[in-house]
Design a protein around this ligand. Structure first.
Ligand SMILES: [Zn+2]
Length: 487
């Protein structure tokens, strides 16, 4: 008995020792994260003014975009041509589906796979009734008190103009890439890219082009948004979630409400939704979430670092904690969101059927097919029919954090945003980037813009703006990215 006791104590001491060693030897933030790279001389104010001009083109995407609303895309294209003459001299331009733009800046070595930098020209409309809440007109592009105001400043004209500014800067200096650099600026990303990215990627495939890596919009430099981390965290999307909406239709005998049968359509539907919400999709700390936690762990305080460094010991505790945070929960598993419900025509008539729409954001480990199976099993009622309401889209593939592309992006982020910790993540929204899986294994999603707790609601929301200082950094970021990526 005493011996068993001693062995147990020994084991506990060993576990504590191993956990401590793991915590203390966790490598700290990269020493090169000092923004010490050669400074890139950028006139941030001038770049900000040009972003302001770009915002004035009302390049809107609405669910039912009509052709007559497309003129601003042509005006923008002409503006870009005169505003960035050096870039337009060195790169050839193709217009895809009348409005999307694809550029080729030929490299000296045609044996190297090209890279692709992306952004989109279209913006979402101003939500009805919110115009009066804007401090500046959303299409004024006003530059004042250190901010550039307007729809698209964050999503995604900030990146678009920063890419063009970066390319212009290099072209004007006579820079010649060794590796070919392509640029793609979609005109319909906000509605899924049906005529833009969904046409462009197959076209590249047809031409036999494989891309070394792709960088599109996605994660941002999150300042004060990642709990427990004081440094800004640059989130680089290595995958994005899929999307599907299912229709659940419950049926039952209808009739007069004075003599209801044992089961009603509305009751069945309610039970089905309740069962579904109580049968969450499995998910844990693995894939992009695990990679992200590993990346931020060295920058967290001792207690959190201990927990993150020793997930073999603390795993279930950490997981339960993350599950209670909607953002983290969304990154860990497929989410379930009932969004519409429909039944009945009159208060004293029992409906024959009741239906609901449930929206799912698909984690890369699930598929539309596995979701239908999960939902059908969870509901377990043959009187409730489960069908796919829209075509949906599968989650993207997960790109590696070991590739050249990820390494170049990380280094460029560290050189541009002082003290930033680079962490991979799973993008919960959709981007044009996923289409390019067809022609590349390495697809990354990052916007070189710093957002704090007061900024997240500006994304697709009211008072969208970025700082002039940030615009300067975004341009520096793309100058370095093009240089490094095409070396
Ligand atoms: Zn966007």
């Amino acid at each position: 008995m005493k011996r068993i006791g001693l062995i147990l104590v020994g084991l506990v001491v060993l576990v504590i020792a191993v956990a401590l060693v793991r915590t203390l030897t966790l490598s700290g933030p990269d020493a090169s994260s000092s923004a010490s790279a050669d400074p890139v001389a950028i006139d941030a104010e001038a770049a900000a003014n040009r972003l302001g001009e770009a915002i004035q083109f009302e390049t809107l995407s609405t669910q039912f975009a009509r052709e007559e609303k497309r003129a601003p895309f042509v005006d923008f294209r002409n503006w870009a041509e005169t505003t960035y003459p050096a870039f337009h001299r060195v790169a050839s331009r193709e217009v895809i589906s009348k409005y999307s733009l694809f550029y080729t800046w030929e490299g000296r070595d045609p044996s190297l796979e090209p890279i692709l930098l992306m952004s989109h020209m279209d913006v979402v409309p101003i939500a009805p009734g919110t115009m009066k809440d804007w401090e500046e007109d959303p299409f004024s592009g006003k530059v004042e008190n250190g901010f550039i105001w307007g729809r698209g400043a964050i999503d995604d004209k900030g990146s678009l103009i920063a890419i063009l500014e970066g390319a212009e800067h290099l072209a004007a200096q006579g820079y010649q890439p060794r590796r070919t650099v392509h640029f793609f600026f979609g005109h319909d990303e906000e509605v899924g890219g049906p005529s833009g990215a969904q046409k462009m990627a197959p076209l590249l495939q047809e031409r036999g082009i494989r891309l070394h890596w792709v960088a599109d919009e996605g994660g941002v430099v999150a300042d004060g948004l990642v709990p427990g981390v004081d440094s800004p965290v640059a989130l680089v999307g290595i995958a994005e979630k899929g999307y599907v909406t299912l229709d659940l239709t419950a049926s039952a005998p209808g009739g007069h409400s004075s003599m209801p049968p044992g089961a009603t359509a509305i009751g069945r539907l309610a039970t089905a939704i309740d069962r579904l919400e109580n049968t969450p999709f499995s998910g844990g700390i693995e894939g992009p979430v695990a990679d992200m936690l590993d990346a931020i762990a060295p920058s967290t305080p001792f207690g959190l670092r201990f927990a993150l460094a020793n997930r073999w010991l603390t795993g279930s505790l950490v997981e339960a904690n993350l599950r209670s945070n909607p953002t983290m929960a969304a990154a860990m598993a497929t989410t379930i969101a009932p969004t519409l419900i429909n039944a009945g025509v009159k208060e004293n008539v029992l409906p024959h059927s009741a239906s609901a729409k449930v929206n799912f954001r698909i984690h890369p480990r699930d598929t539309v097919e596995s979701i239908v199976a999960h939902v059908t099993a969870a509901i377990d009622d043959e009187n409730v029919k489960v069908s796919v309401f829209n075509p949906g889209r599968e989650a993207s593939a997960v790109s590696s954090t070991e590739s050249d592309g990820y390494q170049i992006l990380s280094q460029t982020i560290r050189d541009t945003f002082e003290g930033a910790v680079v962490a991979p993540n799973l993008v919960v929204g959709g981007t044009d980037a996923r289409q390019f899986e067809l022609v590349s294994d390495n697809v990354y999603r990052f916007i070189p813009i710093v957002l704090g707790p007061n900024d997240t609601s500006r994304f697709h929301g009211t008072n969208e703006r970025i700082t002039v200082e940030n615009m300067g950094k975004a341009v520096q970021f793309y100058v370095r990215l093009i240089e490094r990526g095409s070396k």
